[in-house]
Design a protein around this ligand. Structure first.
Ligand code: ZN
Ligand code: ZN
Length: 295
């Protein structure tokens, strides 16, 4: 095997010119138009042909909260991929899953973490990558009239980003989704205001992938990361999906040797065998970051 960088995937570890997925077919389980985001980077990197299959992934939980999610994002994504594989009768499947929530480390910031997974039941492997962003436009407000929404609509990039409207209290219906014009917004709001116990409607961003362009770019970045990982093959067994599995913290200060809480090395691993390799990512911490040199 030849160990060179893949021509279209910088940083990848490409063993030989023929990837085991070249020319094979995978199905992407999606209701929300994700094929143009996930298919092209993977096809470009490894030659896997990606087709979409329309399955009702909403039974695994929805963004709009109608059906709560029960499992972790990774488990949900794997379950979605298998739904598509079963529906299409194909043994390689792809799916993505997003988690949009207040960032646990930064107050008042909403973060979007998108995960894309490949499940190959013929090889018995699961390969996934994720990408996180704070660029997501997610917001909610209450009002009784569309006239009061001017700054909100500007902030959420309406109508590029679509909206959901529902009653604020007492009633759970009606729920209007995918609202893309001021006229539709006004009609939906007046109906929700009428049935709501407090005379207010909730107006919020519709976070489903086909309604939320700021999510779509994050899904595309996660797919690009997965493409790099699939192009990288285990140096021991050749199976695709070689990449980072762990990070070792504790970088020594270059001046006094005190351990600083920063990554010193990354461990790469295989999804099929036990082979692992340690990669040094930094050799010394700047004294400016050291609690002894710069208390
Ligand atoms: Zn120091
Ligand atoms: Zn291996």
């Amino acid at each position: 095997m030849i160990d060179i960088e893949h021509p279209s995937v910088p940083g990848s570890r490409w063993l030989g010119l023929e990837h085991p997925y070249a020319g094979r077919v995978a199905v992407l389980a999606t209701k929300h138009g994700k094929l143009p985001l996930i298919g092209p980077p993977i096809e470009r990197a490894i030659g896997l042909v990606v087709r979409d299959v329309d399955v009702d992934t909403d039974v695994l939980g929805t963004f709009t909260g109608d059906i709560p999610r029960m499992a972790t994002p990774l488990k949900t994504a794997i379950a979605k991929a298998r739904m598509g594989m079963k529906a299409a009768g194909v043994d390689i499947g792809l799916a993505s899953e997003g988690s949009i929530a207040p960032d646990p480390t930064v107050p008042f910031i909403v973060s979007d973490r998108e995960l894309v997974v490949l499940v190959d039941d013929s090889a018995g492997i699961v390969v996934w990558e994720s990408y996180s962003s704070w660029e997501i436009l997610a917001a909610t407000t209450t009002t009784n009239t569309v006239e009061r929404l001017e700054s909100f609509l500007e902030r959420v990039d309406f109508p590029n980003h679509k909206l959901i409207v529902r009653p604020n209290s007492g009633a759970v219906h009606p729920v209007y989704k995918g609202i893309d014009s001021v006229d539709k917004l006004a009609i939906a709001l007046s109906e929700c205001v009428t049935v709501s116990a407090d005379g207010l409607g909730v107006v919020e961003t519709d976070l489903r992938a086909h309604m939320c362009p700021s999510r779509r770019s994050v899904i595309a970045k996660a797919a690009e990361s997965l493409a790099v990982r699939l192009a990288s093959r285990c140096p021991a067994c050749g199976v695709p999906g070689w990449g980072r599995v762990d990070v070792i913290f504790g970088l020594a200060c270059v001046s006094c040797g005190t351990r600083v809480d920063r990554p010193r090395a990354e461990i790469d691993g295989c999804v099929a065998c036990d082979h692992k390799e340690t990669r040094i990512v930094a050799t010394g911490a700047d004294p400016g970051e050291c609690p002894v040199c710069n208390p």
